[in-house]
Design a protein around this ligand. Structure first.
Ligand code: BG6
Length: 483
């Protein structure tokens, strides 16, 4: 019988995301038969107490998917053990609970504990050949610390057994991007510098850092979001068609993109990056404090970052990739915009000015949608043809209307299922994480060397105006939120 162990089983990630995701998988009949789910954490509580907490959390997230029968089936899988996960001695009873079958361990704990936990797991027999380990980001805070942790992980597990999570890869629309690019012939011939002017990736959040600051202050937006989620999105847009969807086929292509990213030198950093930090302002109609006020003292950590990245290869030469992410922005909006070039010549009255260049918008949040803007004739008998832009949704065909899923899936559902099935296509390989750290380290080193401090922006705005200038300097503008 297989087991899933959730280290940090009582923490926010496990309670808020993992256990609700597992419940939904149970609801849809997707959990492997006989799978045991064991919460493991420091707190001394009985399995019954733990299960009661899980129930409260799952019920609050389940909405229409709550069912007493499903819960009864799910609860029957659950168990709990109080452990010190860094001690092999303390993990032995856990090994007994897991039994002889394959075991997937999810480390939903502080990454500073990863190295000690995997070492203890190995000694306790929880890192056998069939076992797997799932690591939540961030693994390390730079290339060096990533390697330290990952070396300890690879002493205990082979690369095939390690599943480094980036929950953005579990998002439905991100996978839809792969379907769109490689399941159609119409986009691929256009997917290059001849036709695409630039690419934008925005991950805007309305939330502030709040009481997460002890973690956040050490990482900042660059390491928290750009090193992982945003570079992963960039890779999926920029990669060459893989031979198939096997884990290494896809990951080989992503690594090539990361290796092609142009270095950001200290001289360049000022021109191609923007660091920001929110000060007091208004968010969703309420007055909110600045980051320093939440933090309790002055900090140089960025809560906003915008970067121009260049992918130096044949396909993308001359096509900038603009990325920006920030806390306390006006909207929770995540989108990838593929901005096509303008028509070379306009046959319409008004010249090229009346024609908006085509734009493919892949929206992850607030809606999950892919839309293409095209120019269209305004209906009517105008003597001279009048044009108008229209937006066509490519996500749901007419025939799919009834198939639209009733609820948005949690990204972890897909990823937990894949980890349990041993499919690592949507997980990050070691060399991929290393390349991403390498590039991001150069940015943070350039900031340190040039003493680039975050620029203030008021909470509730789209970041410092320098982020708008970053594009404006090249004659471009953000799809939303320009100064
Ligand atoms: C996490 C970051 O990885 O992603 C958080 O640590 C961020 O700071 C979160 O809020 C955003 O995820 P999502 O899925 O809500 O866009």
């Amino acid at each position: 019988m297989a087991a899933l162990v959730l280290f940090g089983g009582g923490g926010d990630l496990a309670m808020g995301m993992l256990l609700p995701s597992l419940y939904f998988l149970e609801h849809d009949g997707l959990l492997p038969d006989g799978l045991k789910i064991i919460g493991a954490a420091r707190s001394e509580e009985t399995p019954a107490e733990y299960i009661a907490k899980v129930k409260a959390s799952v019920e609050s997230k389940a909405d229409g998917a709550w069912s007493d029968d499903v819960w009864a089936r799910f609860a029957a899988r659950l168990d709990y053990l109080a452990v010190d996960a860094t001690s092999a001695e303390s993990l032995k009873p856990l090994k007994d609970k897991v039994g002889p079958g394959e075991c997937t361990s999810f480390l939903a704990v502080s990454p500073s504990l990863y190295a000690r936990i995997v070492t203890a797991m190995r000694a306790a027999g929880l890192a056998e050949a069939d076992d797997r380990v799932v690591l939540e980001k961030p693994v390390g805070r730079d290339l060096e610390t990533f390697r330290e942790i990952d070396d300890a992980v690879s002493d205990a597990f082979s690369e095939q057994q390690v599943f480094r999570i980036d929950h953005y890869l579990g998002k439905e629309t991100v996978q839809n991007l792969i379907a769109l690019r490689f399941g159609n012939t119409v986009f691929e011939p256009l997917w290059n510098s001849q036709n695409i002017d630039h690419v934008q990736i925005t991950v805007g959040e309305t939330v502030g850092v709040g009481d997460r600051w002890p973690y956040y202050d050490e990482y900042g937006a660059l390491r928290d979001m750009l090193q992982n989620h945003m570079l992963q999105l960039l890779c999926l847009v920029a990669m060459e068609p893989p031979a198939d969807l096997e884990p290494d086929s896809v990951r080989n292509e992503k690594v090539k993109v990361l290796r092609s990213l142009r270095r950001i030198t200290p001289e360049e950093a000022e021109r191609v990056t923007v660091r920001g930090q929110y000060v007091a302002g208004t968010s969703e109609g309420k007055a909110v404090p600045g980051y320093d006020d939440e933090r309790g003292l002055d900090s140089d950590t960025e809560t906003f970052v915008a970067v121009r990245a260049d992918v130096d290869n044949w396909r993308w030469a001359g096509v900038p990739f603009f990325m920006r992410t920030g806390k306390r922005l006006p909207e929770k909006r995540t989108e990838i915009v593929i901005q096509f070039k303008e028509v070379p010549h306009s046959i319409f009255e008004g010249g090229r000015g009346v024609i908006q260049a085509n734009k493919l918008v892949i929206e992850l949040q607030p809606e999950e949608d892919i839309s293409l803007s095209v120019m269209n004739k305004r209906p009517g008998l105008d003597q001279r043809m009048q044009l108008q832009p229209i937006r066509m949704s490519l996500s749901w065909g007419q025939e799919d209307k009834d198939a639209r899923p009733p609820r948005r899936r949690i990204a972890y559902e897909r990823l937990l299922l894949d980890a349990l099935n041993g499919d690592s296509t949507l997980f990050v390989r070691r060399d991929e994480a290393e390349q991403a750290w390498k590039w991001v380290d150069e940015v943070s080193e350039a900031w340190a060397e040039g003493q680039v401090k975050p620029v203030e922006y008021a909470a509730g705005t789209w970041g410092p105006r320098e982020a708008s200038y970053l594009l404006a300097r090249t004659g471009r503008s953000w799809n939303v939120g320009n100064e």
